[in-house]
Design a protein around this ligand. Structure first.
Ligand SMILES: [Zn+2]
Ligand SMILES: [Zn+2]
Length: 317
């Protein structure tokens, strides 16, 4: 699996182009055609998984990791481990393996490992955004095959992009025009019964107008401290992220879902995470018209996720 230039595997074949009709960027990455699918665990739960501890040789050399035992790079001992994506979608594309054990549901990753993951996210975002040509590092998680995961082991990805993707630019423009989008959503959610949970400095809510059923946001109350400087409240952030992942897993019987961070580096923007269970479909209207059909009213969706949250948090103590 090793390539000639493992620090930069396959990156030469990637390219950013712009769609003729809309001007939106498209990442051209033909090298990803050959990536293997490893979403079914072996009988021992880890057979063939390149992201498990002990399989470090199957990934490109690590760029960074959280290690509490002084272990050497590319050996077991890590809790969270970042390395270049073997099949990159852009010049800079990293994977963060989240926890050394073969855990598939992020809601079941230990809190201590989650805390290490968030700390490593922050370091990788800063590192990637210091590279030439990177204007925005975009963090996301795909959980489940239908949500885009080709490897089941719990992980996230960070893409180094020339500029924020179109959706993030649209939110930034709206915020500059109308003030904090998150503050408005928080106010509306409190008024309309769309709060799912509170974890101190963070609120979990359903936005007023979800695009697809059960869209869920995790928002910091403090809109002026960037994500990069918010480590003081990571315990509360992890409680929210882990709780939402566990609640979605519970509410929708292990349905695939995505998580992404909306953060714009270097400018005032009220950052937040968004979580999208894939209970709806991307069909003709969505793909052909950039329009969505949401079949579940926001308050009803919030109630379902809130119910599952209460169940899983009761279990977790
Ligand atoms: Zn694994
Ligand atoms: Zn957003």
């Amino acid at each position: 699996m090793k390539q000639d230039n493992p620090a930069d595997p396959g990156a030469r074949s990637t390219q950013v182009v712009h769609e003729a009709g809309t001007g939106r960027p498209i990442l051209v990455a033909p090298g990803r055609q050959v990536r293997p699918l490893k979403t079914v665990a072996g009988r021992d739960g880890s057979h063939g998984c390149p992201f498990c501890a002990g399989a470090e040789a199957e990934t490109p050399p690590e760029r960074d990791a959280i290690r509490r035992d002084g272990s050497a790079p590319d050996t077991p001992g890590w809790r969270a481990r970042a390395f270049p994506n073997l099949f990159p979608a852009a010049r800079w594309h990293e994977v963060v393996a989240e926890g050394p054990e073969h855990v598939i549901q992020p809601g079941r990753v230990a809190v201590a490992d989650w805390l290490d993951v968030v700390a490593l996210w922050r370091r990788r975002l800063a590192w990637l955004e210091a590279q030439d040509g990177v204007g925005c590092a975009f963090l996301f998680k795909n959980v489940g095959r239908e949500a885009g995961a080709s490897i089941a082991h719990n992980h996230s990805q960070i893409l180094g992009l020339p500029e924020p993707p179109p959706r993030l630019l649209a939110e930034l423009a709206a915020e500059r025009r109308d003030g904090s989008l998150v503050d408005r959503e928080l106010e509306g959610a409190r008024r309309d019964g769309r709060i799912i949970a509170e974890t101190g400095a963070y609120t979990v809510l359903a936005p007023r107008h979800p695009r697809l059923p059960h869209e869920t946001w995790i928002v910091p109350h403090d809109g002026t401290t960037p994500f990069d400087d918010s480590a003081a409240h990571d315990g509360e952030l992890v409680a929210a992220l882990r709780g939402v992942c566990a609640a979605i897993d519970r509410a929708f019987a292990s349905t695939p879902f995505n998580v992404w961070l909306h953060r714009v580096p270097g400018v005032d923007f009220h950052w937040h995470f968004e979580v999208q269970p894939r209970t709806g479909f991307l069909a003709g209207l969505e793909l052909g018209g950039d329009m969505f059909i949401n079949t579940v009213p926001a308050a009803e969706g919030a109630a379902r996720v809130r119910g599952a949250w209460e169940e899983v948090c009761d279990h977790a103590g």
